[in-house]
Design a protein around this ligand. Structure first.
Ligand code: NFM
Length: 225
């Protein structure tokens, strides 16, 4: 049997699933920020819901860190994931400040169904039996969707409202892009060593993240349904 070449798996998956990937990274919600037509009530809805999501994302990232420390032979994996985890502390403070600025009461946000589904998915990935290769793929995908999305709002010809620039820079800037590329290298290395079964699980997980991200943007744009 001819062995399947597995290097650069992420690039290949992105190409293979380009329609879904673009659906998540150039969603109408993001395009409405980019062209300045966004309805601020949508932004406020996103803000309140994303704060809830990020609070759940902290233990998820911690669980990936734990698996990196046990499973990876490369200690730099742990350092990259730790830096991501550490930056979430600042991110939570930013959400609180931003919410105060926009009069979004974070204490009584009603968790929307799409957000609940996403948080439940994160919980399922925290189970100890889930392989490091699968969960680090999810981490990469979750971070990269935000990176690519918000970077569109910083492009030269974008008309992003000044009030939203800080949010866009948080994820769209070069620094966060560098972090996502480091994650991508980790994932590619991991997948080179993964079994065929793990590869399939990781690809399915990648696709599920894209779907959940699209649903999250839909919810932000369309409101409670
Ligand atoms: C729904 C969603 N996906 C990805 C991110 C980015 N990661 C951490 O902030 C996020 N904040 N929210």
């Amino acid at each position: 049997m001819v062995p399947v070449k597995k290097s650069g798996m992420i690039d290949r998956w992105v190409k293979k699933h380009l329609v879904l990937y673009t659906g998540a990274t150039s969603h109408p919600f993001i395009l409405s920020i980019r062209d300045g037509t966004i309805d601020f009530s949508s932004f406020k809805r996103w803000l309140g819901q994303d704060y809830i999501f990020v609070r759940e994302f902290v233990p998820f990232t911690a669980s990936v860190l734990l698996k990196a420390s046990k499973n990876s032979d490369d200690s730099s994996d742990m350092e990259v994931i730790l830096s991501g985890l550490a930056s979430l502390s600042d991110e939570i403070s930013w959400f609180k400040q931003e919410a105060a600025k926009w009069d979004v009461p974070l204490s009584d946000v009603i968790v929307h169904k799409s957000n609940q589904n996403y948080c439940r998915f994160l919980e399922s990935l925290m189970l100890p039996e889930l392989e490091y290769s699968v969960v680090v793929t999810a981490l990469w995908a979750i971070e990269t969707v935000y990176q690519e999305s918000f970077s569109h709002c910083l492009e030269d010809d974008s008309k992003t409202p000044p009030e939203l620039l800080e949010a866009c820079k948080r994820w769209g800037s070069e620094g966060f892009g560098e972090f996502c590329r480091s994650l991508q290298n980790i994932v590619n290395q991991c997948l080179e060593k993964a079994s065929e079964e793990e590869l399939i699980k990781a690809e399915v997980t990648f696709l599920r993240v894209l779907e959940l991200e699209i649903e999250f943007w839909n919810m932000s744009q369309e409101g409670a349904k």
